[in-house]
Design a protein around this ligand. Structure first.
Ligand SMILES: [Mn+2]
Length: 195
């Protein structure tokens, strides 16, 4: 079973994450940050990774710790559920339009964290949500999931659309990368023999 459950408690956040890589995109998300919940719904729905996420965080300060720490826990859950990565496709990419926004995501489940992020938001806020936290989330996901992740916004006028297109693009790329390849189901997809 390619599943994982992570709990993570600090002075700033108390988080539990459960995922199933071979799911159908079911989600049950409650982070205390409304816009972030909306984004994680997209991540689950379009990756077909089932996700249950709970976060009780210090949102009386701001949303930073909650968003970053959920990224850490989700990254850890992905790495845990992937195990030795036997049989996976490893790479995934997606060019995703959402109205004015066009976002490209390309990723490698390499075990080597690296984030390239060229996404500019025309506004600092989406409702009460700080747009700079979108990068914080993907940085944490990349670092703790061992993911080389490139996200580039090629076009966009509306911050909500740009953020949502980014989450959907990464979701679709993840869907391809975590999927097992029936032609190489027993092999670890690296000439090194390990990822
Ligand atoms: Mn939306």
């Amino acid at each position: 079973m390619r599943t994982a459950k992570i709990t993570r408690k600090t002075a700033e956040t108390d988080i539990s994450v459960e995922i199933d890589l071979d799911g159908t995109g079911r989600y049950d998300i409650a982070t205390g940050v409304g816009f972030f919940d909306h984004m994680l719904d997209q991540l689950a729905r379009h990756s077909l990774i089932d996700m249950t996420v709970r976060c009780q965080g210090d949102t009386h300060i701001d949303d930073h710790h909650s968003v970053e720490d959920v990224g850490i826990a989700l990254g850890q859950a992905l790495a845990d559920a992937l195990g030795d990565k036997r049989g996976i496709r490893r790479y995934g990419s997606c060019l995703l339009p959402m109205d004015d926004a066009l976002v490209r995501a390309a990723l490698d489940l390499s075990g080597r964290p690296y984030l390239v992020w060229t996404v500019d938001f025309p506004t600092q806020k989406i409702g009460g949500f700080d747009t700079e936290l979108v990068r914080e989330f993907f940085q944490a996901l990349s670092t703790h999931g061992g993911i080389t992740l490139h996200v580039d916004a090629l076009h966009g006028l509306n911050s909500h659309h740009i953020a949502e297109a980014a989450f959907k693009a990464v979701a679709r790329a993840l869907r391809d990368a975590v999927e097992t390849d029936p032609r190489k189901a027993d092999a670890i997809p690296s000439t090194k023999g390990a990822l």
